[in-house]
Design a protein around this ligand. Structure first.
Ligand code: FDA
Length: 582
């Protein structure tokens, strides 16, 4: 029997693997996906789908599918801290950009809105479109091991239905096999940090909680019940899966002891305790245990094997960054693999994958863990840290309602502590502000622009090479299109103004010389794209005669401040450098 061969073998069909398949299929790259189980995720783990991810899915033409199934931003934001869903409300934080003062930041920054889409619904959308566009997907197929040589990788897999073991030969492999990645282990990726710092259990259940939450719609309800667990703070999370009858509770357990056996009775009791009403009918759907990690790979590549997603960054769900970052890893890698495989780029382009993504992985692992630590000031303000006695903690928490100077101080401390949670729930800069520094970014010699506001909370648009292309609306006939709609689609885009019209011919010359596609856009009066509100002229930073060269992943690859003497020469040499074609 001849060996199965392909250009790219994707291992895993989670957010990283399924999106990698979709991107590769859209770029027309021959590939196979293998995945261990019979179908996609069986529990709704990831859900917050941030603007960067939605605009990537917009580029893929599937934004409408995501928004149709997701819970909209308007219903995501009244995040509650309480003693139970029927109990005392400790405070609320407006989250995921829903504060009126933050809405403008989100609306101005992207053509896309964030939404809440459980992983159980997102993965079938990704893998479904991937298969429709040409992915060959093999479920019930387990990765066992690999060997690589100068020309490719031979991967051994097992068909879990028949037990049959067979090889697949690929030019490149993407290891997207999650937080316990065997691929990352087998190729020896270096990691920093620690796994399993704390234990959590997920309880997925059906219960109609509308009357308790509809007046304060959110995806997250944090419940503080000192004494309800042993040794811990007694904090649980009631998380909306579908409004308002499907839910997931995250509850802690002591990871140093034996894993708890969670039966339906125990799960129902936890649900009733956190809801605060044991008469509410509850149907337990599933329970599972997982560990909180603080670990990231410092390199994402070993030869022809690239890892993406939780395989290389492992962290708690805080900030909702896991699935988002996994999809963004694959988006970064797929166009590079496509161009190298099509002979449009040299192999050096692939080095830019971990140069660009490993710093992001480290950033989000540290951010998510810091967000956990930042619950500390809330516990402190509530007086939890003053005592080991659960009854005393409850009394300290209640004391904040008293008319005493101490309680007034407590209330101020609590407000400040809740404001600190903006770094978890409104970290717009972390979500959108990624700036790359690698061989696939050609500098224009200018220093990195300063952050004028907090870089984690606020996104700072810039066309500085390496940054994400700023969004604004342009007029195109009767329609409004985003600058992001001009970019993407697997090709380069060049944006200029009327006095930079010579860039169009320059781009044709560069494209012909290097055999790549460059879509050109002259933005200005009387042209196909009009700068409706003058937003682009404010955002582009370069002169009207300059240009911004955008990579297929909507990050700026290079820019010119004005029209040079030899635009074709300058553009060709920048693009050749970016593509490792010098
Ligand atoms: P993932 O683990 O999802 O997928 C791994 C894939 O590899 C699976 O398809 C599996 O079958 C396959 N596989 C494994 N071993 C294999 C083998 N040997 N052979 C073949 N296939 C194999 N993130 C986020 O962005 N927003 C959020 O709101 C949340 N919320 C959240 C809540 C909770 C409770 C948890 C536990 C997690 C989150 N996350 C999150 C994190 C998110 O779930 C996580 O980051 C992504 O699932 C990671 O996607 P990957 O594709 O990398 O791995």
């Amino acid at each position: 029997m001849s060996t199965l061969t392909t250009d790219v073998l994707v291992i895993g069909s989670g957010p990283a693997g399924a999106s990698a398949a979709l991107f590769l299929a859209t770029h027309g790259v021959d590939h196979i996906v293998i995945t261990k189980y019979r179908w996609t995720a069986n529990t709704p783990r990831a859900h917050i789908t941030n603007q960067r991810t939605v605009e990537i899915l917009r580029d893929l033409g599937i934004e409408d599918d995501v928004l149709a199934q997701g819970t909209p931003q308007d219903l995501m934001g009244d995040t509650v801290f309480c003693t139970s869903l029927t109990g005392d409300e400790i405070g609320r934080v407006r989250t995921w950009g829903t504060h009126p003062a933050r809405r403008a930041d989100y609306t101005l920054a992207s053509p896309s809105s964030n939404c809440d889409l459980p992983q159980t619904l997102l993965e079938p959308i990704l893998i479904g479109h991937a298969a429709e566009r040409g992915s060959r997907v093999r479920f019930d197929t387990e990765y066992l091991g690999l060997e690589q040589d100068d020309d490719g990788v031979t991967v051994t897999v097992r068909d879990r239905l028949s037990g049959h073991t067979y090889p697949i030969r690929a030019k490149y492999v993407i290891g997207a096999d999650g937080g316990r990645s065997q691929v990352a282990k087998d190729v020896g990726l270096p990691f920093e940090g620690q796994m399993d710092l704390a234990g959590s259990m997920n309880i997925v259940f059906h219960a109609d909680l509308s009357r308790l939450v509809e007046h304060r719609p959110s995806v997250l309800y944090w419940v503080l019940q000192p004494g309800s667990d042993i040794g811990g703070i007694g904090m649980g999370l009631v998380r909306m899966v579908r409004p308002w009858d499907e839910w997931l509770i995250v509850w802690g357990y002591d990871i140093s002891g034996p894993p708890p056996a969670v039966d339906d009775a125990m799960a129902t009791k936890i649900v009733h305790d956190l809801v605060g009403d044991d008469t509410i009918p509850v149907t337990i759907r599933s329970t599972s245990l997982w560990g909180n990690n603080k670990m990231y790979a410092t390199r994402y590549r070993a030869g022809r094997v690239f890892c993406a997603g939780d395989a290389v960054h492992r962290h708690p769900p805080s900030n909702g960054l896991g699935s988002n970052t996994s999809i963004q890893d694959s988006y970064n890698l797929a166009w590079k693999l496509a161009m190298v495989l099509k002979g449009q780029a040299g192999p050096g382009l692939l080095d830019s994958y971990d140069a660009e993504r490993a710093p992001i992985g480290k950033q989000i692992v540290l951010r998510a863990n810091k967000s956990i630590e930042e619950f500390g000031p809330i516990f402190e303000a509530l007086g939890f840290t003053e005592s080991d006695d659960a009854a005393e903690k409850v009394a300290n928490m209640r004391a904040r309602a008293e008319n005493t100077p101490k309680a007034a101080e407590q209330r101020i401390a609590l407000r400040k502590a809740l404001e600190l949670k903006d770094y978890e729930f409104n970290a717009h800069g972390v979500e959108l502000g990624q700036r790359y520094d690698s061989g696939a970014v050609v500098t224009d010699g200018t220093p990195e622009p300063e952050y004028t506001r907090d870089p984690e909370l606020f996104y700072h648009p810039t066309t500085w090479p390496g940054a994400r292309l700023p969004h604004c609306w342009l007029g195109a006939g009767d329609a409004k299109v985003s600058t992001h709609d001009l970019a993407g689609k697997g090709r380069f885009a060049l944006l200029t103004g009327i006095s930079g019209e010579d860039w169009v011919a320059a781009a044709e010359t560069a494209a012909a010389k290097l055999g790549v596609e460059i879509a050109t856009y002259v933005i200005g009066a009387g042209r196909d794209h009009i700068d409706l509100y003058d937003d682009w002229s404010r955002l582009r930073e370069v002169d009207e005669s300059g240009c911004v060269l955008v990579r297929p992943d909507a990050h700026v690859g290079w820019r010119a401040w004005s029209l040079p003497a030899d635009p074709a020469g300058d553009l060709t040499s920048a693009l050749a450098q970016l593509l490792d074609r010098t």
